[in-house]
Every structure is written in structure tokens, then in C-alpha cells.
Design a protein around this ligand. Sequence first.
Ligand code: HEM
Length: 453
Amino acid sequence: MNFLTTFTMTVHEPVYHIPKGYSSLQVMLRAFRFSRSPITEVCGNMKKFGDTYSALFPGNLQLILTQDPGFINHVLRERHTNYQKSEMSAGRGAQLFGNGLVFSNGDYWLQQRRLIQPGFHAKRLQGLYEIISRTVDESLASFPVGDNIDIYPLMYRLSFRVAIRSLFDIPLSAETMTELSQAFTDVQNFLVDDIRQPFRRLLYPFNGEKKQALERSAAMKEMIRGIIRRRKADTASYDDLLNMLLTARYEDSGEGMTEDQLIDEVLVLMLAGHDTTANTLAWLLYLVANDEEVRQQLIGIAKAATDSQSCIRNDYFHAVIDEAMRLYPPAWIADREALTDDEYGHFSYPAGTVIMTFFYGLHRSSDYWEVAEEFHPGRFLDESGKIRKMNAFYPFGAGPRMCIGNNFAMAEMCLFLQAFFTRFTIAATDQVPELKPLLTLRPDKVLLHIRRQ
Ligand code: HEM
């Protein structure tokens, strides 16, 4: 064997079977279309290529987008140890929001998840229901009635208040609430543009955009640091999430979290906990306003409810919420980066490939859902009216990184439905909300006619 033969035998590159899709030039040419309307663009591509396609981003970043439930299951559950949150999203997010659960990876993520998860068990959340109900009642006391009212900002404020109160059950001044909420929105908006339009990064040294976002985030962290210090000095007892975080102890050392760790986790719970719920409730009210039968059912159940426990467990409430999240999943897409080469079906791809799980497309696929585009809460109920588990349905993700706050969110939304539909009734307008897919899937606005009952 001569040198040349040996050389050609040993250096051949592995051959990957990447799904069909777009080259990096095509990605650049389509960048504007994508950043203006990512959901329409991805849905169009799914139709063109099948349930899975690829896009090669500049810098040789290989993306695979999929709405195939088998592929999603492979990445999030079956082979989850081979995947982590990608640098593209979690890495950029961590720079602004810190290293809390949503943005961390590996051993650190696992250690934090084990520490925090018990606090979100349905049983441990009982104490929070009273705080949630009280906050919802307060918010609804000043709820406006009239024609063409945009309920999105109202749902946003309500969910933000619930998130803050559940974390810190202390009165915060209106200025502190507004300041925190504004800082959150600013930093979040920056993060969305940063992820979706990476080309903007070239301008940061000149336009100061990133510096400003980092300053906003530092200010937010200082506000939370102040609240934590006041709490530590307080001798009263509390049943809120901050108390859960403060009293949680690592199994091995018996120690609690440091102040900086606490701040990161508080920020993440605030971030993950309010936007998602606000979006679901705004889309839900829009759908219900357009469906007389469902509206009457909700009003009937709300009025008949005797206690918060029965609301939280009500199957019909759950079915309506599930159906709203099917059509408008707040987490419309998730991402995972492969740690080593992997394969699924007849596809194979190298380490570093980012798989984007497109829940929005799957939730509306006629392969898995009958009359997929229509609002039918009944599809989530069996013959005896009990909630059914559906396979092609991922509102809270799946696998070990599944939403930690799912029980909390469902309870909050059920308590809201009960409180809202005993006081108000709603009717549709001609307006059809537009999709605004940021970190979560928002409506641009939702105009409804609202009346007191
Ligand atoms: C309708 C409401 C909500 C929806 C639809 C939702 C959805 C999701 C989804 C899909 C994920 C997984 C993302 C991924 O796999 O990349 C997730 C993660 C997470 N959610 Fe939620 N969420 C909601 C409410 C909440 C609430 C109320 C909290 C906290 C109070 C919360 C805290 C978190 C956290 C901390 C994670 C990260 C978990 C981890 O990576 O270990 N979420 N959520």
C-alpha cells in the first residue's frame, strides 16, 4: 500500500443525510421574509419539503426544522442526553437573563432542576392558589367594559402581576411593577431581534444597542436583589415562590443557593411564567368570543363552581385551554443542539446541528388532527367528558426539560376562567388578530366587546 492509498483511506469525511432544504445563500436571500413572518415562512417550507427541512445558516450553522412528532420525540425524550439548548438561543439569552433553568445546560442545569422541581409539585402549589385568586380578583376589579377593547395588554398586566405576586407576596409599588415590566419587555425585544437577525450584531459596537440591553438587565437584577435582601431581613412567614427558592437545599451539601443564583432563577421564573400565560389567555378569549356554545358552557361551569379546587380540576376548562394552546402554542418552537453525530429515520447529521421543533406546525397538521384549523375543545375530551391525552400535542414541551410551571400555569388559567366568566361576557368584533411570534407567540391585538354580567 503506498502513501496515497493510505491517505485517501483514512481522511474521508463522514457522509450525512441532511434533509432537503436551503443553502446558506438561499437562507440569506430569504432572511427578510423569515424575520418579517417566520411562522408563515416555516409553514410554507414544511409544505414544500415535507415535515422536516434544513437551512444552512451563515457560519456553517446547520439547522433542521421539524414538525414530525417522531423526530420531536427522538430529540426531546428518547435521545435527550445527546442534546442541549443551543448557543444560538440559550447562550444569547443567558447573557441578558442569567444562568437560570431556561438558559442553563449540562450538570448545572440538572442540579438546579432537581433543586427547584419539588417546589412546583401540584401539592406544594396549594398555598399559591390563594395568592393567584386574590391577584386575579384585584385585576378584574378594575377591568374595563365597552366596545373594541384590546384585551392583550390587559392579559399581559394580569399575568405579570400574578407572576410577581406568586414570587414575592408583598405589596410592590406601582412604579416598581411598571419599571420591572418595562425592563423585561425591552430586554426581551432586544433578545428576539438579536436571535432572529444575527447580522445586527455587527452594528452593536456603533449603535450601543447591546450595551443598553445589558444595562437594563443589570438594573432589573439589582431590583430583584433588593427584594431578596428585604425578604431575608423579614421575620414574617410567606408561602410564595421566593420562599420556596430560599428554603430549597442541595441534597449533597445541604446548602441553599447563593444570592446571584437566586436572582437568575427568579428572573427565569418571571420570564417564563407571565408571557406564556398572557398569550394563552388572550388567544383563548378571542376563540371563545367567536364561539357562542363554548362561551355558554364556560359561564355555566364558572357560576356553578363552589371552590377553587373544583375549578382547577375541571375537565372542560382544561379542554378549552388545551385547544387554545393547540391552535396558538405560546412556545411555538424550541431548539436543541446535537452534542454528537446523530440520526433519525433516514436522516443523519453532525454534532453541532440545531434541531428546531416546530410545535405550531404539528399542532395544526391535518395528519394528526381532524379539522385541524378549527376550534373544538371537545376533541380533548373522551365520551365521559374526561380530559384525553393527545400524542401530537406539546404545549409544555416534553422530556426532562418539560415546563416546570405547567401545573401552576393550568391552575392560574382555570382560576382566571372561573373569575372572569362569573363577572363578564364577551363578544367578537370583526378584527382577526395577527400572529406576532417573538420568544412566545403573541397576538398583535385582540379587540373584543366586553360587558359586565
Ligand atoms: C401557558 C403557560 C406556559 C407554557 C405554554 C409554557 C411552555 C413551556 C415550554 C414549551 C417549555 C420547554 C421549552 C423547551 O423545551 O425548550 C417550558 C420551560 C419552562 N417553563 Fe414554561 N410554560 C408556561 C408557563 C410557565 C410558568 C407559569 C412557569 C413558572 C412559574 C414556567 C417556567 C418554565 C421554566 C423554568 C422552564 C425551563 C425548564 C427547564 O429547562 O428545565 N412556565 N415552558
